[in-house]
Unconditional design. Sequence first.
Lengths: 286, 162
Amino acid sequence: MLKKLTRFYHPKTIEEACLNLGNGELKTAIIAGGTSEVLRQDNSIEALVDISNVKELSYISKDSVFYRIGAGTPVQDIYKTPALTGPSGNLLKAAAGKIGSTLLRNSITAGGNLAAMFPWSDLPVVYMALDAEVVCRKGKPKRTVPVQTIIDKKASQFLSAAEIIAEIAIPMYGKGTGTAFAKLAKTANDYSMITIATRLTTRSGKVDQARIAVNAITAGPVRCIEAEKLLEGQKPTAELIAAAAKKAADSITIRKDFRASREYRKEVFEVMVRRALTEAHEKAGK
Amino acid sequence: MKLNTRINGKEYCLEIKPNAMLIDVLRQAGFKGVKFGCGEGSCGACAVMINGRPRNSCITLAGAAEGVEILTVEGLGNPEKPHVLQQAFVDSGSTQCGYCNPGSLIAAKALLDSNPNPTAEDVKDALDGNLCRCTGYVKRIDAVLQAAEASKKTRKSTRGKK
């Protein structure tokens, strides 16, 4: 692991971190919480930029439209903060609280879940269900992109040489929106087998926007677009929700390992999607 | 590579391999209270406090500990002068083989630092990353609650003296 590593950078600001990252001499990568470092296959990395001391990357705040979460914010802070409420805040907190353990949540960061994305990453589905935007910084210049862009292209391909993920901006939804998070794992600490985040935004009793984002059962985070389409514009009856859950189960390519077979996962997945959509619908009505 | 860090309140400058893990560096520096369990962040035996947050030292690169404040179980107390949590772990019978205790104590300390009046649920939540294979999980919940109670009394009595 990291056989060619010779040095660490410890920047204090985003601009400094970007400078370190684009130093042009050493093959450099970013490290934040570092929990996936032991899984890094790339032995050619010569330097690591440790951004855990960049204070301007660690915060949870809000403006009139968005919750703004610094990319370096430990997910334990998301789980424990009283600052996140409502459909978006509750979904974020529910998912953050289900990530590993206290010890891991203190290391794992909001941005790390996107930068080093794994099938068992829990937050990407939440960002997708909430139509989050990601702020990337390359020194001073910044660009804001939909989270889907980073998920489709993978952060390593999408970000340019000296660019970092700086912030996740999450739209706040109000009345008429309900969200739900669901996860299946052998134990609280084990890798997830199924991770689901749903959002139903309703208007006059009909679904305006439906989001079903899943991970772990698939090789990476994906949305079940066909199932979402089935719901949108319709009244979310129990039958329709069941049909959407079935469509979702039929639309994904299911991953398997020693923990459970594809057949088992598919059967449980359909039930979990149905329940998550039902929960989201109930909350939307409140 | 040099690593400058504070361990249990004392400055250290350690010579480390760039890809060394924090647990190995700490143990080689003499902090044998930091235990190696699973080596993949699942069991919590290696937990140390890094800038006030309990984290797994087995999956943390030592290089990332530059300039931070580390607390290991040695920094809590010793047999002559045990920390209130250590005493409570002994009194409640929360220690058997003892391998998980250093990590559990660090996680428990972090809880009491942020929440001096925890409920049993809070304790469960805070120690969810520390597996115990012999004593189990009930007694250590009692232990942390006892310790919280005991610290409250100490605080009251010192306030009384002033």
